[in-house]
Design a protein around this ligand. Structure first.
Ligand code: M1P
Length: 236
């Protein structure tokens, strides 16, 4: 049997948006005859906002907050915490104050989640249109990639990666999505594990899970750019 792992934002849904109803209709039929897990960077609350309940119920397990929280059948099985150094928080404040992005900045730029910190120079309370505006600017200026690279050099005790459209994810080293690989392999020692994500390249927040799986036998990593690519890959 194949065991599937799906990222959420940018893979099953557009970043921070609900699953497309046509995608959901097709995916739920596929899920009836396949075994799948979710591996989201987002926290569980956002996962339940973005995915319909029949899709949530179809997963054998839901990893959220970069693998630091695990739910099965709506029951929380475990959660990890993170210790944040004062120097790290000061450095993030510095990035926010000194950004060369000229648009307005919004609140909730440091979002603490179980086992991780989500940082957005723009601020998570921005109106939806501002997400695209910042993302288009970031695609040219690579602010997030640069911040992530600098943080990885300055704070090697953390792993910083880019996910979604406006933010970066920070976890303690070894406490990112990669922890999901060993947990799923332990439950399914003989099956092929297939991971589908939009940020599997170096610097992206699916990379450590992709690498952990590549280091194991009988696995496959599928890089996609959108939910449409997922439908094409699954042929549904
Ligand atoms: O999965 C990674 C991130 O995806 C979205 O990021 P953004 O808000 O930057 O588009 C969010 O769901 C975020 O919470 C998550 O960490």
């Amino acid at each position: 049997m194949n065991i599937y792992i799906f990222d959420m934002d940018g893979t099953l849904t557009p970043a921070r948006q609900p699953m497309d109803p046509d995608f959901a209709r097709r995916f739920v039929i596929w899920a009836k005859s396949h075994m799948a897990y979710l591996a989201a960077g987002s926290n569980f609350e956002k996962v339940t906002e973005q995915l319909p309940s029949d899709i949530l119920d179809s997963f054998s397990g839901i990893y959220s907050s970069m693998g630091n929280v695990f739910h099965q059948k709506s029951k929380e099985i475990y959660r990890n915490e993170i210790k944040l150094k004062k120097e790290l928080l000061q450095t993030l404040e510095h990035y926010r104050k000194n950004t060369s992005y000229k648009g307005k900045l919004y609140g909730n730029y440091l979002e603490l989640r179980p086992g991780m910190l989500n940082f957005s120079v723009l601020g998570r309370n921005c109106p939806f249109a501002e997400r695209s505006r910042y993302n288009e600017w970031d695609n040219i200026h690579h602010e997030r990639a640069q911040i992530a690279e600098e943080l990885n050099q300055k704070f090697p005790e953390y792993d910083t990666s880019v996910g979604g459209k406006i933010s970066i994810d920070i976890v303690s080293k070894g406490c990112g999505k990669e922890q999901i690989a060993a947990k799923i392999r332990a439950v399914h020692p003989k099956d092929k594990i297939i991971f589908i994500g939009d940020r599997t390249q170096k610097g992206g927040n699916d990379y450590t899970l992709a690498e952990a799986l590549r280091a194991m036998d009988n696995t496959e990593v599928v890089a996609v750019k959108s939910p449409e690519d997922v439908l094409n890959y699954l042929k549904i």
